[in-house]
Design a protein around this ligand. Structure first.
Ligand SMILES: N[C@@H](CCC[C@H](N)C(=O)O)C(=O)O
Length: 290
């Protein structure tokens, strides 16, 4: 408190960050490895604001692991400040970040996330491949089974019954097949699917156009961030559910508005593999109130 005027004085701290993007899904990456960093949800929301803050889809926090036998802990926060379990495009940016900052020289690293260990590898050509773990197909309290063979469910959204597949890549996804992603009602239905009462944890809403069995186009309305130019776990969930339904065959080229990923899955209990780029945009620092 200021002695003379009896007002509380705001205290600021400089937060250094690296702005990164993985096929247009953008992040700030913060080093909580060299020294601990704690950011509350309000601060993250302010930083994520594209007009009054830095602007990003997710904030990635690099930390020391809390379990044995892994190299790093990787925490993910959506633009709305909520902490989430998994982020595919972020995982690739994470690997590039720890290499560029010389936090490791290992090309293959073991990373602790809120939903288990992922294994990203920096390739010689600069791309990053990530073992994203096994997909899980949980009915996440979706109401009506439309077709048991096809493993889809009917979800009543506004005036439409959407046929969806549900898949978890550590985080939850609902995927709908559409004729054309360019005209699909992503902005209108995305938020309604995200907050549908049948998804108590909310959900990432994917809209997938099948070009052929090795090629899809995808838009995702992300939980906690809105529609992004790309969603890595969304791509994994769309491909895994498409392969499981017999609509796709591994590997699959996934075209998003921000770029392309290659997703491979051999089915059953096998992990999903994701390959794509990760790039640094700029380094910066910003004062935040503490
Ligand atoms: N952009 C991400 C996913 C980030 C988390 C997601 N919005 C959620 O809430 O689960 C990706 O590339 O996977």
């Amino acid at each position: 408190m200021c002695g003379s005027c009896r007002h509380f004085k705001a205290v600021f701290m400089k937060l250094s960050f690296t702005k990164m993007q993985g096929i247009g899904n953008d992040f700030i990456v913060v080093d909580g490895y060299s020294r601990p960093v704690s950011l509350d949800a309000d601060t993250i929301r302010r930083l994520a604001d594209r007009h009054f803050g830095i602007g990003f889809d997710q904030l990635l926090l690099v930390e020391r692991p809390t379990v044995e036998g892994v190299d790093f802990r990787y925490r993910i926060f959506n633009a709305d400040g909520g902490e989430v379990e998994q982020c595919g495009n972020g995982a690739r940016c994470f690997v590039r970040y720890v290499h560029d900052k010389s936090l490791t020289s290992k090309r293959e690293i073991r990373v602790q996330t809120a939903r288990g260990i992922i294994l990203p590898r920096l390739e010689d050509n600069g791309l990053v491949t990530v073992n994203m773990g096994e997909p899980r197909f949980e009915p996440a309290e979706v109401p009506f089974i439309a077709d048991r063979e096809a493993m889809t469910y009917l979800l009543q959204v506004a005036d439409q019954a959407l046929e969806i597949s549900v898949a978890s890549m550590g985080n939850p996804h609902a995927v709908t097949v559409v004729e054309d992603v360019d005209t699909a009602p992503v902005e209108r239905l995305g938020p309604l699917v995200e907050r549908h009462e049948r998804f108590p944890q909310r959900v990432n809403a994917g809209f997938m156009q099948i070009v052929d069995e090795h090629h899809i186009r995808l838009r995702v309305f992300e939980r906690g961030s809105g529609e992004t130019l790309a969603c890595g776990t969304g791509a994994c969930a769309a491909v895994a559910s498409g392969i499981r339904r017999g609509l796709l065959q591994s590997p699959v080229r996934v075209a998003t508005r921000g770029g392309e990923l290659i997703i491979a899955w051999e089915g059953g209990g096998q992990p999903v593999w994701m390959t794509g780029p990760a790039e640094t945009v700029f380094e910066g620092s910003i004062d935040i109130e503490v």
